[in-house]
Design a protein around this ligand. Sequence first.
Ligand code: NAP
Length: 248
Amino acid sequence: MKLLEGKVALVTGASKGIGRAIAEGFAKQGAAVAFTYLSSVEKGEALEKELAQYGTKIKGFRSDASDFKSAEDLATAVNAEFGKLDIVVNNAGITRDGLLMRMTEEQWDEVLRINLKSVFNLTKAATKIMMKQRFGSVINITSIVGIKGNAGQANYAASKAGIIGFTKSVALELGSRNIRCNAIAPGFIETEMTAVLDQKVVDEWRNGIPLKRGGQPNEVADACVFLASDMSTYITGQVLQVDGGILT
Ligand code: NAP
């Protein structure tokens, strides 16, 4: 028996990187998967075809996670199309790095809107459906930077720390409805987001990681499968670090 058989999952920002790996990991474990993308339209459409090989229902939606109304429409459309909504992964995110002295108001607002408001948008819309079902697992992708802070990422760190406070609050509010809400804090994961980093910075990071390597998107996806599945039915309000031990 696969770990997510019979479950319906929605993953935001799945056109590449970690979100893509999560959508694939869920489909491999038997879940029906809805996912979103925004600017990478070709990649999103290709993923829908690729995931069909796992034999479950798959559908991609072009949807802006930072827009409140779009998130509501998305949750309604997924519920109508798939008949229910068991698992939501709020993964969509961006970076607009810079030291505070040089950070513009636009860089601050954009990161907070896309990384944090998006989590509010979809969690609110999805948990309305989950409350009626009396079942649900919400997984929010934060970052170790949200726990530790990072010079040059004040906007990103604030958005990711905000996700942790939000996650714990939702877990407290909705536990009585059998809705769990957890966060995953990846460390340095090798994706397009981290490919833009200076090689020297990356080498320094690698050195500081007890496992002596960057993580792969599928290693974050495996943690998501666990928190989405009935293997974690007594776990809520937690932040699971998937970081090779770097914050130890
Ligand atoms: P990535 O490769 O840059 O992928 C980001 C994804 O988010 C893309 O699929 C992108 O879709 C989507 N996205 C961005 N803005 C969106 C919006 N407004 N609406 C819908 N989708 C949107 O990044 P990643 O490394 O996989 O990161 C995924 C998540 O993990 C992020 O929340 C990130 O902060 C977090 N994280 C990453 C690392 C790491 O080391 N990589 C570490 C800690 C946490 P389109 O391209 O289609 O727009």
